[in-house]
Design a binder for this molecule. Structure first.
Ligand code: FAD
Length: 399
């Protein structure tokens, strides 16, 4: 017999122009972009650190922001955060991308970085502080309050050590990775139950840290499990989340045992294991348009370009309609839960793409808040602002 919770009055914990739900790499980008537009911004994160998969998940490869043919595809915050991630490890940026070099030379090396997750976590926190963003850690977004006209989100209900409360917003960015806000606000969403166990971790081998990229085999399109993989897991089902974490930790134990047996030594020990589940694609917005991986397709409402991180050459466009709620006009989406399908989803979930959608969502949210109505959001004006920040919007703008 289910229980009925008592109705209660929620205290208002603050009113902000832009509320960003989720402080992964996409949420950080959205919060910074909105704050740079002069808006009051609140960032709500359920963990105790920023970066999500990119820090707590120990995913430490900032995939390329160039097309593999020597052209830079992403500028703006995507490049700024790449440089920040490399700040304590600058040697990992190919030298041809650190100085003027011709396209022929840049063809040989993709513009990417391997970084230290602890340094990036500290740097992101500092950056958010410098932008006067109100940060809530240990706070989960668990419901939304929608406007009376049924067209927007007025507040997000949060739960933390103070209990439940409401944070009011003029615009909201769903950067939860799992489209939690979309689902709560009645947006159409799609879920995948095909995530395989995965866990990147560091061990100490002869006192030196070594990264191990453990993952069961998976289909990049995310639609099917591959032979040899264990069971599939959904990221939006409570029992699956725990089962996925346990299976991923077992991968680490098995890998440790294998290393020790190969080396016949006990000088190998786990050093740092992920404290965030390694889900690739869980739930996403099913927006007015879905980003597919079709090379050089453009939309009039493009908000950015992303490269193909698996292959040299292709470049994909992301339209505003793929990062905007269908039912809630003041709801923007950023990161791995934007509206993308199949291999398009595999491309939009990479860290640089998450920053591209985060920056666009943050600026779009700021524009809605400034205008006082979501209907005032014009793609052309958003494009102008993004371009001003160093982003490329259309293929003709590639260097
Ligand atoms: C095994 C694996 C390997 C990968 N390898 C690479 C790679 O080499 N390079 C690369 O570029 N990408 C890689 N990726 C993809 C990439 O790391 C992620 O897709 C990207 O970091 C996602 O960023 P995000 O901000 O969209 O989401 P997340 O990192 O998932 O961040 C979401 C944030 O929201 C918070 N949150 C969630 N729900 C709530 C809520 N209800 N209330 C409050 N807070 C909430 C979470 O705690 C989290 O901090 C990999 C992914 C996996 C799983």
């Amino acid at each position: 017999m289910p229980y009925t919770e008592q109705t209660r009055t929620l205290p208002v914990r603050g009113t902000y122009d832009v509320v960003v739900a989720g402080g992964g790499i996409a949420g950080v980008a959205a919060a910074i972009a909105a704050a740079r537009c002069g808006r009051s911004v609140c960032l709500i994160e359920k963990e105790y650190a920023l970066g999500g998969l990119a820090t707590l998940g120990l995913v430490v490869v900032y995939l390329p922001i160039c097309d593999g043919r020597g052209r830079k595809v992403c500028g703006g915050l995507a490049e700024e955060l790449l440089l920040l991630s490399a700040a304590e490890n600058a040697g990992t940026i190919p030298s041809c991308w650190q100085r003027d070099a011709d396209q022929a030379e840049r063809r040989k090396h993709r513009y990417r970085v391997e970084y230290n997750p602890a340094s990036l976590m500290l740097s992101l926190e500092k950056l958010i502080g410098e932008h006067s963003v109100k940060l809530f850690y240990d706070t989960r977004c668990c419901a939304v309050i929608r406007s009376e006209d049924d067209h927007s989100v007025s507040a997000v209900v949060v739960e933390n050590k103070d209990g439940r409360g409401a944070v009011e917003c003029r615009a909201i960015v769903d950067a939860t990775g799992d489209a939690d806000i979309c689902a709560l606000a009645g947006e159409p969403t799609v879920s995948l139950a095909t995530n395989c166990a995965a866990g990147w971790y560091y061990s100490l081998v002869d006192s030196q840290p070594k990264l191990h990229k453990l993952s069961e085999p998976f289909d990049p399109a995310g639609a099917t499990m591959l032979p040899g993989a264990g069971r599939g897991y959904a990221g939006d089902v409570a029992d699956d989340v725990t089962a996925h974490v346990l299976a991923s930790r077992q991968l680490i134990r098995d890998h440790q045992a294998q290393l020790r047996s190969e080396r016949a030594t006990d000088t190998i020990v786990p050093f740092l294991i992920p404290s965030f589940p390694g889900f690739r694609m869980t739930r996403r917005l099913c927006g007015a348009i879905e980003v597919d991986a079709v090379d050089r397709k453009e939309y009039p409402d493009n908000i950015g370009l992303i490269p193909d991180w698996r292959r040299d050459g292709p470049v994909y466009s992301i339209p505003l309609r793929a990062i905007r709620g269908v039912r809630n006009r003041n709801l923007l989406v950023a990161g791995r839960c934007v509206s993308a399908v199949g291999r398009g989803w595999d491309m939009t979930r990479a860290i640089p793409s998450c920053v591209v959608t985060g920056e666009a969502a943050g600026i779009a949210g700021a524009m809605i808040a400034a205008a006082g109505t979501a209907e005032a959001l014009e793609a052309a004006e958003l494009q102008t602002q993004l371009r001003g920040g160093g982003n490329r919007i259309f293929l003709s703008e590639l260097e």
